[in-house]
Ligand binder design. Structure first.
Ligand code: DP6
Length: 354
């Protein structure tokens, strides 16, 4: 949604997402080597306040991330990482100038805030670049006075978000979203596509993110993607991920929550298996990640609750379940898992306007 504050100022927001089939490995200009599928997490959002004015000195960026502009003289690691983030954002915007030449005539002030804690293990680059893509599309519309139809506007926004961070391409749409070429879905590698045909069983899923470790990861996702280029199982992985996406679409249509859990869990473990079989191999799971997974399996069996787990490239565990079981699941989390979690919902009714 865009709030029109005044002519040269606006605010946009974009949600994060959790991948059910993971984007893992890329080529060329951030094109995925396999299809991925995600749930959009409606209440884990980044909001960007954008202020712009004419600049005769080319593109100038004043970037503030959650109150820190990355220019502080303190040598804290948080200040360094903000400064690195600013450099990445500036590089991204500069790379767009050949296509979006108006950017070269702007001084931009961007203030970015997340609704979720910094260290939650939620992919903040997805919601951030989705929000930044909305900023660029809005700037284009305001400056060139050209507005395209809603469908083209969403495609353009998802395309721009992808260039910033692959998983961000999926955060442009609510509900279930797919990214990566598929003849069946007529989907693309360039931008994500919304999946509208899914069963009502999946319309009110919740995602409790169980925080196992909120420290900085020892190996970044960017390095993980790179290691897929020469991975010994690369070809098998591409085949398996694409087949798994198709199987997941069937299950999402039929409403089979048990099968859904089987597919999603196998995929999460495969992602970590790929890390362990990379060259060099590495492990992002912590002993407690495995304890949490075992507790979830036991809880599911004992209570017959159709919950399942997934993980991104980190140690934290996402517990997915139909919201109707929220009471039982939240008391399980409090009891067994010391209650350190962040709750998000899958939301299908997010407004497209921004
Ligand atoms: C494991 O989208 O963060 O979360 O394109 O380099 O920014 P870049 O990578 P990023 O990778 C996400 C990896 C993942 C799986 C997923 O979200 O699909």
């Amino acid at each position: 949604m865009c709030l029109n504050i005044n002519q040269n100022k606006f605010v946009v927001t974009a949600p994060s997402n959790i991948a059910l089939v993971k984007y893992w490995g890329k080529r060329d200009q951030q094109l995925p080597i396999n299809q991925s599928v995600s749930f959009t997490l409606s209440n884990s959002v980044t909001s960007i306040d954008c202020e712009y004015e004419y600049s005769s000195a080319g593109l100038v960026l004043d970037f503030i991330f959650e109150g820190d502009n990355g220019l502080s003289s303190s040598s804290s690691s948080s200040s360094n990482s903000n400064s690195n983030f600013k450099t990445r954002v500036l590089k991204y915007l500069e790379s767009l100038i050949p296509q979006y030449s108006f950017l070269n005539k702007l001084k931009l002030k961007i203030i970015s805030k997340n609704s979720f804690p910094h260290s939650a293990g939620i992919a903040s680059s997805a919601s951030f670049y989705a929000a930044l893509a909305k900023v660029i599309v809005l700037l284009k519309e305001r400056i060139t006075k050209q507005v395209c139809n809603l469908e083209d506007r969403l495609i353009e926004t998802s395309y721009l978000a992808r260039l910033g961070s692959g998983s961000a391409s999926r955060s442009i749409y609510p509900g279930v979203v797919c990214w990566g070429e598929s003849n069946l879905l007529k989907s693309s590698n360039e931008y994500a596509t919304r999946i509208v045909d899914f069963h009502e069983n999946f319309r009110d899923y919740a995602d409790a993110i169980l925080i196992v470790d909120d420290g900085v990861k020892s190996v970044s996702s960017s390095t993980g993607h790179q290691l897929m280029s020469n991975h010994p199982y690369k070809l098998q992985r591409i085949e398996r991920a694409n087949a798994r996406s198709l199987a997941l679409f069937e299950v999402l249509k039929s409403g089979d929550v048990k099968k859904f859990g089987e597919i999603v869990e196998a995929e999460a473990l495969e992602l970590h298996g790929l890390m362990m079989s990379s060259n060099p191999p590495y492990i992002l799971l912590r002993p407690n990640s495995l304890n949490v997974i075992e507790s979830i399996k036991k809880f599911r069996e004992e209570e017959s609750i159709p919950c399942c787990f997934t993980m991104d490239a980190g140690p934290n565990v996402h517990l997915l379940y139909p919201n109707s079981y929220h009471k039982a699941v939240s008391s399980f989390i409090e009891r067994e898992l010391a209650g350190k979690y962040i709750l998000s919902w899958i939301e299908d009714k997010v407004c497209y306007e921004f």
